[in-house]
Design a binder for this molecule. Sequence first.
Ligand SMILES: Nc1ncnc2c1ncn2[C@@H]1O[C@H](COP(=O)(O)OP(=O)(O)OP(=O)(O)O)[C@@H](O)[C@H]1O
Ligand SMILES: [Mg+2]
Length: 511
Amino acid sequence: MSNEVIIGIDLGTTNSCAAYVEGYKDGAPSVKLIPYKGGDYTVPSIYAIDDKGNELIGYEAKRQWQLNPKNTIYGAKRLVGRTATSDIVETMKKVVQYGVKPSGDNKEVMIEVAKKELTLQEVSARILNKIRDVASNYLRVPVNKAVVTVPAYFSDRQRQSVKDAGKLIGLEVVRIINEPTAAALAYGVGKNLNEKVVIYDLGGGTFDISIIEIRNQVFEVKSTGGDIFLGGIDFDNAMIHYVLREFQAKTGIDLSTDPVAMQRIKDLAERTKIDLSAREEAPFNIPFITMTPQGQPLNIEMKFTRKLLESLTSDLIDRTLKIVAKVLVESGLSTKEIDEVMLVGGQTRMPIVQDRLTKFFGKAPSKGVHPDEAVAIGAALYAFSLKDDTNLKVQLLDVIPMAIGLEKADGQMHVVFGRNSPIPNAKQLTGTTSVANQTELIMRIYQGDHEAANMNEQLGEFTFGGIRPGPAGSVKVEITFDVNVEGILKMEARDPDTGKTLNTTVRVTQS
Ligand SMILES: Nc1ncnc2c1ncn2[C@@H]1O[C@H](COP(=O)(O)OP(=O)(O)OP(=O)(O)O)[C@@H](O)[C@H]1O
Ligand SMILES: [Mg+2]
């Protein structure tokens, strides 16, 4: 991997950011963020097709989304790696203006945009491609490799999806690392620290928390948790619902079925929310939002105070703190043993988030990392450490966020790796045939913390074929479960008596 640039990419729900290490400065690796047109270091994770059929990505897509809500895709990260029938897909359908539907075989989610149908991997691939092109132009070398970050709470399937997105555009995702772990790298690399830190990452779409012990260049994740359906978008939605209710109470008109009106409200909701981090109140006015049945134009004329926003969203912050409390218990540490609380993600700029964390930990959060840039910087540092000609050696000891196991005959989950199990990790199970001349062994593998297997996410139905014929119970099958450093599971089976590897096929059967 020498002499080759490997960039770090934070593929965010709302914004993406990329960085690379340009070399050494005063003995330490020097990280540069990759600027986009206009000098911004983040680019909106938005993909659109305009009425002429042109593809727009980033700012260009964001600029036109009010006028073209049906063909503007945002928040795609929330859908990536989901089965078409998952509850989350149903919830997303209600809040986005673009079309979301099951694929032909009902296994995947498809996005409808300008009469085209795209998979989520294809949408992610286009955003990754944009980031890669900007980086290639800026660095004046082709960029073909990247370390890409994902929420710590992403499942195996979601991680695999991101790798597949890279493949579609010939971008090798050399390593997937967790966003909070990347932020810890940005904070701790080259500083000779001996600290236990909490990374509280509340972004646009996901909430992640990791408790990480930093011992010089060793970054050991003690425990992790999160909610991949909790982020800034939900704060916006709380405001949107309030506006819709108020408007309906006043005029009797339901704006929720009008895509253009909804897009205008959504846009202003987010801007007002951001404003309210810096001031106590803000107007909420949208002229000509709709018309009365008699053709009279109607406006939205409201005011939001910071207090109102806080009351509409306090349950969201409660949810994050519940997860923080649980993850802290699992780390075996007390709040007093935590040296620093690091804030990552744009939504942590909301003052009450910081106040509540200060109360929880008994100390104010640290300003040690930049909330928008830390993840990309950490990814770039890690990318640099993977090169052959590097002097930077960091060791990441990460964990899986949810248990991985198999479905028992009674439908319960047999846990193979518990949540917070260190990765990489491998385990073996040995089974025997249960009927005479059995040629196949089928196993359904799930990820999640529910006791009933089918309440968790199915990673696949593994069929091990070509078993030696013999009486029931006479033939052994040894199955190896291997979770790699990226949190992705591979399985293999062999006949321990002959040493022969069995054929493995995987499919997803959960609907
Ligand atoms: N000053 C602010 N006050 C409150 N919220 C803000 C502020 N600035 C940005 N946000 C919110 O932060 C969110 C975006 O955060 P960020 O860019 O960290 O997310 P992301 O990395 O794209 O998402 P994720 O990490 O969840 O995939 C948006 O919902 C945005 O409205
Ligand atoms: Mg983020």
